[in-house]
Structure formats: C-alpha cells, structure tokens
Design a protein around this ligand. Structure first.
Ligand code: C2E
Ligand code: MG
Ligand code: MG
Length: 779
C-alpha cells in the first residue's frame, strides 16, 4: 500500500510530467480560463455601456459628420488613409467601439440594364487546400438586398444612409452609406461600419431610433476574423489592423497577417475560427474546433515561457512535498492505528486471560462449581467447640471403572450432571464445592439437633437416581463423610478428617454416610501404609496362595478348590487378608498385576503337582482385570504356555461389582464361555445383576454367598432362600456351591435343600498347596 503510493508520487508522476510537459497542459487550461475572463470582462463592459453612454444626438451627429467628411475626401482609387481613420477615432469621446471600418465600394454600371451592379473583385486562391480571399464580395453577393446599400444608392447629394444595427456572433455593426460620384455620375457607395461589442441581446430590446445618440469613439487593440456565409460557401475574412484594404483598426496584436496565414496553411485544413484576438494581454480563440491545432498553437506560443516553468515547477514541487508529507503522516498514523489496535487486542486478551485464570483459580472448569481453593478461602477457619458448621465430603468411587468404558468428555458430562443435581438439592445457605479428583464438599450450618445428617441423606439420594446416557443407565457409587467444623483445629485437619471418614476401603460404606471417628482415622492410616507397601517392587513375591477345597455334599470328597491369595507383608510384618488389601489394590490399580500373578500360580499348580488329578481350581478375577481388552487372549496364551485344559481352571466373577452394570462385562463373559472357559458367579444372591442376563448365559457354577449360608437351619428362612437359589441354578444348568459352611447343622440343612457342593471352614480352612495335596478330602 505504502510502496504503491510512493511509487505514484515519487516516480510515476514526475515521469509523466517529464514526458508530457505539464506547463503546456496548464497553459492550455489557463487560456481556456482566459476565454471565461473575456466573457466576464465583456459583460462588465456591456454594463458600462448601458449605464454610462451619452445618448445625446449631437455626439452622433458629430461622428457622422466627421466620417462623411472623410469619406467624401477619399480619393477615387480606394486608397485608405490611416490618418483619415484616426481622425474619426480621435474625434469621438467614447471607448465603446471595437473597430471602425470604412468601406469604399465602387460599382459598375451595366449599360444594358442601365443599372449599377456590384464591383467584383477577382478571387485569389492562396493554396490548393484553402481558399482565403481578401475580398468581401463574390459574384453572388446581392448588394441590392442589403438595406444600407439600397439606402446609399437611393441617397442623393450629401445624404448619408444609416442602417439599423445587425449582429453576428461577435459584433454589432452599424453601417453608414453615401454614394460617390465620378465624372458626374454615381460611381459607388462609400460605407462606414462601426463595429460595436456584441450588444445584440440588449439592442433587441431597444428602440433603434433611440440608439442614434451612441457615442462611437476609439477602438483598442483588435484582430477580427469574421466568418461570413456567401451563398453556399463559407468565406473567411480576417483583418489585421489597417493592413486590409477595407478594414481600419488599430494594430496592437503581436501577430502579423503572415503568421496567421502560415498557421492556417500549416494546419492543412480550413480553420474553424470565428474570432481570434488578444485583449489586454489575454489571448483568445473563439470557435476554434480543432483541439490539436489549438494545442500546437499554445505550445508554440508558450514553449519558452521560462517564468511560467519556474512558477509551475515551484508550485508542483511544493504540492508534491505537501502531498508527500501528508502521505507519510497518514502512513505513520495508519501504523500507529494498527499498533494501537494490536495493543488494545493484546490488553483485551490479557484481561480476558487474567479473568479466566482468576475464574479457574477458584472454580472447577468442568462443573462450574467453586473449587477447593475457594473452600479454604471462603469458609472461615474452624472455631473449636463452637463452630456450627458441618462439612460433608462426597467421594465418587466407581469413576475409575466408568472411565474404562466412557470417553473423558462423557465422564465430564457425568460429573456436570451430578454437580447440577447437587446444586438443585442444596438449600441456598449451603455451599457446594468441587474437590480434587471425583469428589465434592458441602458446607452446611447445623441447627443443634441436626449436624447435616439429613442433608447428607438427601444428597445420597441424588446418587441413587441413575443418569441416562444414551441407552445405558449410569449409577454412581459414593461414599459420604460428615465432619463437624468444631471437631477440627484447622482447615487441613478438617479436610483430612473428612477424607478419613470415607476411606474404609471395605465395601461396607459404599452408598452410606460415615461419620468421622478416631478408628476411621486409624484405618485410613493403615490403608496408606498398605497402599505404599503394595506399590513397592517385589510385591508379588510376598503373595502366598492358599486353597480351600470345594466338596461334594454327600460323598464329602473334594472336586476342586478355590485359590485365595494372602499377602505376607515384610514391611508390615504380618499376613494380610485379601478382604483388606484387594479393595485397595483395585483402587490403586495393582490388582491387574496381582490377578495375573495368581492365575499364573494356579496354572503352575495345575500343570505341576496337580497335573495328574481330576481336580479343578477356581480363581477370583477382579472386574477391573476382567475388563481388560485382551483378557481372553492373554488367558489363552497362558493356558497354552502351561498346557492346562480350560476345564480345570474356573473364573469366579462377582456380579455385585459396579463393573457388572457395564455391557462389555457381560460381553467378555460371553466371549470366555464361547472360548470354552468355565465361569462361576461368586457371592451369588447379593448382586443386582438381572436374572435375565444370567438365564441367557451358561455359567458353570453359582456360589451362594456366605450371608445366606451362615446359620442356615432346617426350616429356616435362609434354607428357603438357598433352596430358591438352587432352583435358579438348576434352571440355568449350573452347579450350585454354598460357601462359608461353618457347622454340621448348616451342612445338614444344605443337604436337605439338595445342594450338591459346599465350601467352608467346617470342611476345610484355606490351606497351603502342600497341605492341599495331602488333604484327606482329596482321597
Ligand atoms: P470370596 O471369593 O467369596 O472367598 C471366600 C472367602 O470366604 C475367603 O475369604 C474364605 O477364606 C472365606 N471363607 C471360606 N469359608 C469360610 C467360612 O466357613 N467362614 C468364614 N467366615 N469365611 C469363610 P478370604 O480368603 O479372606 O477372601 C476374601 C475375598 O477376597 C474373597 O471372597 C475374594 O473376593 C477376594 N479374594 C481372595 N483371593 C483373591 C484373589 O486371588 N483375587 C481376587 N481378585 N480376589 C480374591
Ligand atoms: Mg471367591
Ligand atoms: Mg464368595
């Protein structure tokens, strides 16, 4: 943009001006202006005429008398005396007249008609192209039709004929005529033309008789070219002061006749000039139609006008400098504006970014709720013993499992929906915050009797209601903890107390509200210890396998056994029950490694010490491991590696796990069954999976949960439940195993129901492999 405008002003324009000299163009323009000026000047002049003219008859008479005297004294050879004209001019007192011409017009006598005819002068062509003649007559010219001529012819003696004025485009003429005599006979007419400025428009409105009082006086510089129609031909007449035999005028023009003639000749065409004059130093061409010729004329006239060039270039350079400065300022302004806009944008962006940062500092991006920083800042430090507030901590515990099959954006959607539900549930004076991970905090004000328990119950209901996502129902499992502000010394302590309420790690507190207690705090500390120890390398080396026989009810013979894992922790220096560390391993992901370790141990046993026996081992498979995409393939590979038949290892899955609500859980189960694996439903009766699914899949066995078995007596309600569960198992074509049989009574009661297989302390505790191999039930 900038470069382009510089190119125009700094290069293109100067070049153009050099090639087409601007002076010439401007001269042309100035001359055109000069025409305008003339017109203006003439109208002023006309105004003067009309207002200041002395119309007295005596002045007119005086002029007329002088003219006639001169005309009378003219020699018959038609020689014009300049002196005679001057006499007329000087005797007049007005400056109205452009020119005055005295025409000496002899005529011939036609002896045949006895009439006088016009004098015909020979036409003298000047060149082939152009016919310019010095004559004012042609053969066709009809003098008799001219009023002044008739008047003059009719005049007798010293009478002088005066015509009314006639007008052409430029001038007004008044003609006086007087016959002259030769040898006593009328020999012609002497006429005097008085050429006035163009007054036609004004004169037309005048009574001519009134006009006789005009003072006709001096003419100033004038060159007149007149165009006359002579018959069908155009005749050009031009007069240079006094040099034309018929026209008298004072010469003030710089141009000589020859110059103009040459000029016309050089044009090689008929000039279209109507008038051509210089007045008061202003050059004027009127009616010149050929623009190129006019231009050339101008060029010739002004080519060496150095003063003009000096003026012009000074003017042009000044203009260019001003334009240049203006443009560079404009350019700078533009740059400044652009920079300004950029800065404004930048500031706007930063302000926006700062606002966003500030928002993010105290809000959660996903739910839009205030975040934990906001909690610490907004809620005052707890006041020991007298603080009426309570903190409800909500931890979403199955998000990890959901994230296995839901995209991150959908997980965010789930959080958002539940956050909205919580907001709708919380009264106005209750403050809701999003915590780290998948958790929320609610601060409520207790009223003495209720420390927030009823609100916590309401919030729990929020999570019981499943959320629809496409065709599936999403159910969130939560742990809710409640702490009173007054129990804490500081905010940090308050938060850690709230967390400890929900980190029991057992499934007992799922979907329940836990109140803060000292024991919980301790168990949390232990969980932390276990979690750390479990994450150390060599963890699997500390795992020990035990086996609990699965026994035929009537024959009391072991047909298989369940593999159960123990953790002999060096760091804690104790044997840890899976009931304690399995949920933790599921939480921190160690369960996958652990699971494969157990499977491999079992396969080693089956392919080693137990290879010759008709005996199977069941393995507990965590849903998290089960949901691994390549679980069936990996399993295939391991079985292949240890050369173990699929019928000898059974996979226990629990249908009460959160994962079992997931479609793919059942798909994998299906896939495994299709590949020939045997699946057992563990803790049967406690889960929520639909029987519809179970009916349509061929499970090898169902293990009735210990809660139905313990204390089962003949005729008891539990016996009825066991009987029903057995019925279901039979319908599904699965074998039914009752686990946790602790007494002989229970065994008897189970036998009565028809249950075929049992497992429990009464028959055998979980034992080491060595003990299993020599177990009496295996004989
Ligand atoms: P489960 O699969 O239902 O295992 C049965 C549990 O009941 C075992 O507890 C067993 O020792 C116990 N039990 C058996 N008979 C009786 C009885 O007569 N009375 C009582 N009170 N208990 C009895 P354990 O070994 O503590 O395992 C607890 C749970 O840990 C298991 O429940 C299982 O869900 C899980 N688990 C154990 N080993 C593994 C494993 O290798 N992998 C996975 N994923 N989970 C395991
Ligand atoms: Mg089991
Ligand atoms: Mg079980």
């Amino acid at each position: 943009m900038v470069k382009k405008s510089r190119f125009i002003t700094h290069i293109l324009l100067p070049l153009l001006l050099l090639v087409f000299p601007p002076g010439l163009y401007f001269i042309l323009r100035l001359d055109v202006h000069a025409v305008d000026f003339m017109v203006r000047d003439r109208s002023d002049y006309l105004h003067n005429v009309l207002t200041n003219v002395d119309y007295s008859f005596s002045s007119y008479e005086q002029l007329l008398f002088t003219a006639i005297t001169i005309v009378e004294s003219l020699p018959s050879d038609r020689q014009v005396h300049e002196g005679a004209l001057n006499k007329i001019l000087t005797s007049s007192r007005s400056s109205l007249v452009y020119g005055i011409g005295i025409w000496y017009e002899p005529y011939a006598f036609d002896s045949e008609t006895q009439r006088f005819g016009p004098y015909i002068r020979q036409v003298e062509p000047m060149s082939d192209d152009m016919e310019i003649t010095y004559t004012w007559n042609t053969a066709e010219y009809d003098y008799h039709n001219r009023s002044w001529y008739r008047l003059a012819m009719e005049a007798e003696g010293d009478d002088v004929a005066v015509t009314p004025p006639f007008f052409d485009q430029d001038y007004t003429y008044i003609t006086f005529g007087k016959p002259f005599y030769k040898d006593g006979r009328k020999a012609g007419v002497i006429t005097v033309d008085i050429i006035l400025p163009l007054l036609q428009a004004y004169f037309e409105s005048f009574d001519f008789s009134f006009f006789s009082g005009v003072y006709l006086t001096t003419s100033d510089d004038s060159i007149v070219l007149s165009k006359t129609m002579v018959g069908k031909d155009e005749l050009y007449e031009y007069s240079l002061n006094g040099e034309h035999p018929g026209l008298f005028s004072e010469r003030t023009s710089k141009y000589r006749e020859e110059e103009i003639t040459d000029f016309f000749i050089s044009l090689k065409q008929k000039p279209e000039i109507v008038s051509f004059e210089t007045r008061n130093g202003v050059f004027r061409i009127h009616g010149f139609l050929d623009r190129r010729s006019l231009f050339l004329l101008m060029v010739r006239r002004h080519l060496f006008n150095y003063v003009f060039y000096l003026f012009f270039w000074t003017f042009l350079v000044t203009v260019l400098i001003i334009i240049g400065r203006y443009q560079s300022r404009m350019f700078e302004n533009r740059l400044l504006n652009t920079e300004n806009e950029r800065l404004k944008d930048e500031v706007r962006r930063r302000v926006h970014a700062e606002e966003r940062l500030e928002f993010l500092a105290f809000h959660d991006d996903v739910s839009g709720l205030n975040n934990i920083q906001s909690l610490v800042i907004s809620e005052r430090v707890p006041v020991k013993d007298s603080d009426p507030r309570s903190l409800i901590y909500i931890s979403l515990i199955n998000m990890r499992e959901l994230s296995l099959f839901l995209a991150e954006s959908l997980i965010d959607e789930v959080v958002k929906v539940f956050a909205q539900r919580l907001e709708q549930t919380c009264p106005e004076d209750v403050h809701l915050y999003r915590g780290r991970g998948f958790s929320f905090y609610v601060v409520s004000r207790s009223d003495g009797r209720d420390n927030g328990e009823s609100l916590a119950e309401e919030l729990l209901l929020v999570f019981r209601r499943p959320m629809k996502m496409g065709s599936r129902d999403i159910r969130l499992r939560v742990r809710i903890g409640l702490v009173r502000f007054s129990d804490a010394d500081s905010f940090d302590q308050l938060l850690s107390m709230s967390h400890s309420t929900v980190t029991d790690e057992s499934s007992k507190d799922i979907d329940r509200i836990s109140l803060y207690s000292q024991t919980l705090q301790e168990s949390k500390t232990r969980s932390l210890l276990l979690d750390t120890a479990m994450s150390q390398p060599g963890f699997t080396d500390e795992l020990v396998m035990v086996y609990q026989p699965i026994v035929e009810c009537h024959k009391l013979r072991a047909v298989g056994s369940e593999a159960l894992v123990r953790w002999n922790s060096r760091a804690l220096n104790s044997l840890i029950s899976p009931a304690e560390f399995i949920p933790l391993a599921e939480e921190n992901g160690v369960i996958i490694t652990l699971g494969w370790h157990v499977i491999e141990e079992v396969l080693k046993t089956l392919s080693g010490p137990l290879s010759e026996r008709d005996f199977y081992i069941t393995v507990n498979v965590s849903p998290l491991q089960f949901l691994e995409i390549d679980f069936p393939d990996k399993l295939d590979m391991l079985l292949e590696q240890y050369q173990v038949n699929k019928s000898r290892i059974k996979l226990e899955i629990t249908e009460s796990s959160a994962a079992s609500v997931i479609e793919s859980f059942w798909q994998i189960a299906d896939e495994l069954i299709a590949r020939g694996y045997l699946l057992a439903i563990d803790d049967f009766g406690t889960g929520e999976s639909s029987f519809h699914r179970l009916y349509h899949m061929s499970f090898d066995s169902l293990k009735i949960d210990r809660s139905f078995v313990s204390g089962v007596l003949s005729g008891s309600r539990n016996q009825e439940i066991c009987r029903s569960l057995l019925e279901i198992g039979k319908t599904m074509g699965s074998r039914v195993i009752a686990e946790g049989v602790e007494t002989e009574e229970e065994l008897l009661a189970l036998r009565e129901t028809g249950i075929e297989y049992v497992q429990g302390y009464h028959l055998s505790r979980p034992v080491s492999l060595d003990d299993l191999l020599k177990h009496p039930l295996l004989d």
